[in-house]
Structure formats: structure tokens, C-alpha cells
Design a protein around this ligand. Structure first.
Ligand SMILES: Nc1ncnc2c1ncn2[C@@H]1O[C@H](COP(=O)(O)OP(=O)(O)OP(=O)(O)O)[C@@H](O)[C@H]1O
Length: 370
């Protein structure tokens, strides 16, 4: 296919995506300006799936929208940079960003399957995405759609059907085909399987991983479910209340987490492999962004918190090769890892036991995954 080119001067040796000290705010009528993402940094290398995980409301989608320049009207990047192959894309004009989207950075969102237009055939929608960016004949574009359908495990004989003739899983696959149509360098996948049942979710995640390694496309995979991230990613960032709590190499973080919040998530979700495991529940819920604590954001819910943790939110510190954690107690990591596996550790720590509701991470409360 003939490519259309943007006039941007990419540095091919730079990371495909680099988010540096990103701060994003929302302007609200009731509380004025509130900070939803605070000093978040991460880099995604070529051919890599980077996972972004955390409970609902911790700022994952805000990061995705900031990267894609799709923040709602009341949202703004206050500071920091989002670099695509070395070019800061936060100040691009709308036309420049439109040229970049789909062609270089594409997106699969939570409700992607519902984003398909019900009155147009699936093939026509993908065709339009291709022909908007590439100078190709309809016959060439249709050949490409046949290939894409094969890639994502759909029967290409059904490409001229309408979205309502597809199941949820098929629609999500069709949307993934569309996201891949222009061979982007990176895909931002925000909870791409959350709306699907567990079996289809598992199939699609496997497909995403296969496609990623086959096509060499990079990806940011956003999920509230740390077991999804564990199965799919090579590196990850754990977000809490707008902050990056732990980030880097997945194996190091999973084997030797230095952060109580990551440990809480790890022990609250069953593994996809279904290993026998007692599940814990992190007490309480994240602080509202309209009323953030001055110290560590996780202070109220942390079983290992000490008075000193109230001074300021801890800085991210390198604790291992390509492994950073924001916790004042990282020297006690081994003890924290051991104790965090025990339900009692978390039950003792609930300063608002009477008043707060359990949070999204509490899905595993009382369950044993056998
Ligand atoms: N348009 C908006 N105006 C004001 N506040 C917003 C807006 N969008 C999001 N927020 C707030 O910003 C914070 C981060 O939300 P965000 O959607 O990024 O989190 P998330 O981790 O992706 O959660 P979820 O998985 O539920 O989407 C939340 O407190 C949310 O209420």
C-alpha cells in the first residue's frame, strides 16, 4: 500500500512511546481544577507490550486519552511530555494528530465493539479507515481486509455483514482488525476485553499477544486486572490515585514487588492459570481526587504504613534493574511480600472499617480459587 506521510521528523532510535512526568487535570464545576494524573512516566520500546494496571479511577484512561490527544474538553495536560519516536505530540495541531492516529498510533477502547457503526457493513468501515489514510483502490483495500480477517481469526466470507450479525467477541476482533489495518507502530488498548465473557476474553487476549509478536507492533495494554497484565505484558506500570506506584520489568515486579499496593493487587486477583491461592481484599477505597492526602496516596489502606509515610508521597526509587517503586519501606520488601499473602494482614488494617465500601480490587474477598 502507498503510505501517506506526516511531516514530522521521527527519531527511529527513540522509544516508540515515552510519557514523561505527565500531569493531567480536569476542570470541574464543583471543585475547580483537580489532578487526575500526577507525575507519571513510562517508556514503551519496539515490539513490547507495556501494561498499565490499577483500580477504577486511578487515571489509566486519562493517560491513554492524553497520549491520543483525546482528552475531553475539561481535561488538560498541565505539564510533562508525550513523545512518539522522539517527537513531543502534546502540541500537535488537530490535522497532525489525525494523521498520526490510526496510521502510527491506533486505539482499541473498552467499548470498541460498540464503536462500529450499526448501519454500515463491517468491510465498508475498515475500507474507509484504510482509504482515508492510504491511496489504494477498493479492490486492494478489500484484499487487505481479507488478510486482516484471517489475522484476527474471523471468517472473511462474513466481512460484508453488519455489526448486529456479529457476536460481541467477533465485533471486538473486527475492531482489532481495523486498529491493525494501517500497520500502526503502537496500539493503545484500554480494557479491550472487559465487556466480554471470560472465555472470549481469554481467546482475544491470546490473539492480541500472538498478533503483537507476529506483527512486531508495540502496545500499551490497560486493565484493572493484574492477572491479565501478568499473562500478556513484558513490562508494566502500577497506578494508584493518579500516581505511578511501581513500574518496570514484569518478572522482577511479580517475583519481588517492593510496593504494598502492587502486593495487594497481586493477592486480590486469581491468576488466569487458576493456581490455588487465598485471595485477599484491600480494605477501603482510593481517596477521591478532589481530596487527596498529603502523604503517600495509599496510606489509609496500607497495612505497612508508618507515621513517616504521611510526610509526602514517596518518590519512585530504583529497587532493581528496570524496577522502580514508590514506598518508604522498600528495605522491608521481603517481609511485606510474605505478610501481604495473609488475609489477616489486610483485615487488621481498615481505618474506616465501618464506613467505607470495598473497592474494585476486593473482587476476591472470601474466595479461594481452587
Ligand atoms: N471528564 C472528567 N471530568 C472530571 N473528572 C474526570 C473526568 N474523567 C475522569 N475523571 C476523573 O479522573 C480520575 C481518573 O479517571 P480515569 O477514567 O482516568 O481512571 P481509570 O483508572 O481509567 O478508571 P476506569 O477504569 O474506571 O475508567 C477519576 O477520579 C475520574 O472520576
Amino acid at each position: 500500500m502507498t503510505e501517506t506521510h506526516t511531516s514530522l521528523d521521527f527519531d527511529e532510535s527513540a522509544p516508540v512511546l515515552e510519557v514523561s512526568q505527565l500531569e493531567v487535570s480536569y476542570n470541574t464545576r464543583e471543585y475547580g481544577k483537580v489532578t487526575a494524573v500526577d507525575d507519571v512516566s513510562f517508556a514503551v520500546q519496539d515490539d513490547e507490550i507495556f501494561g498499565l494496571v490499577g483500580e477504577s479511577g486511578c487515571g489509566k484512561s486519562t493517560v491513554a486519552k492524553a497520549v491520543l490527544n483525546l482528552l475531553p474538553r475539561n481535561g488538560a495536560i498541565e505539564s510533562g511530555a508525550v513523545r512518539f519516536k522522539g517527537v513531543d505530540i502534546t502540541d500537535l495541531t488537530r490535522e497532525e494528530m489525525d494523521a498520526l492516529r490510526w496510521e502510527h498510533i491506533s486505539v482499541i477502547s473498552q467499548g470498541a465493539m460498540n464503536a462500529l457503526n450499526p448501519v454500515h457493513r463491517i468491510s465498508d468501515q475498515i475500507l474507509e479507515a484504510i482509504q482515508t489514510h492510504r491511496d489504494v483502490s477498493t479492490a486492494e483495500a478489500r484484499d487487505r481486509i481479507v488478510d486482516l480477517f484471517e489475522l484476527v481469526g474471523l471468517d472473511s466470507q462474513r466481512m460484508d455483514e453488519y455489526p448486529h450479525q456479529y457476536s460481541g467477541g467477533m465485533k471486538q476482533r473486527a475492531y482489532i482488525a481495523m486498529a491493525l489495518a494501517l500497520e500502526p507502530d503502537i496500539i493503545i488498548a484500554d480494557e479491550p476485553t472487559t465487556a466480554l465473557d471470560v472465555i472470549v476474553q481469554d481467546q482475544i487476549l491470546r490473539q492480541i499477544k500472538e498478533l503483537q509478536s507476529e506483527l512486531g507492533v508495540s502496545m500499551v495494554l490497560i486493565s484493572h486486572d493484574i492477572s491479565v497484565i501478568a499473562e500478556t505484558c513484558e513490562r508494566l506500570g502500577v497506578m494508584y490515585s493518579g500516581k505511578m506506584m511501581e513500574s518496570g520489568n514484569l518478572q522482577s515486579i511479580f517475583a519481588e514487588s517492593h510496593n504494598p499496593y502492587t502486593l495487594g493487587l497481586q493477592n486480590a486477583f486469581p491468576t488466569l492459570k487458576g493456581e490455588k491461592q487465598d485471595l485477599i481484599s484491600i480494605p477501603g477505597s482510593p481517596p477521591p481526587i478532589t481530596n487527596l492526602p498529603s502523604g503517600c496516596r495509599f496510606y489509609d489502606r496500607c497495612p505497612f504504613a508508618e507515621p513517616g509515610c504521611l510526610d509526602a508521597h514517596p518518590p519512585l526509587t530504583e529497587v532493581n534493574d528496570d524496577h522502580y517503586s514508590a514506598c518508604y519501606r522498600h528495605e522491608d520488601a521481603e517481609m511485606m511480600r510474605e505478610q501481604a499473602r495473609e488475609r489477616d494482614t489486610w483485615q487488621k488494617q481498615d481505618p474506616h472499617a465501618e464506613s467505607t465500601e470495598t473497592n474494585a480490587a476486593a473482587v476476591g474477598e472470601g474466595e479461594t480459587n481452587e
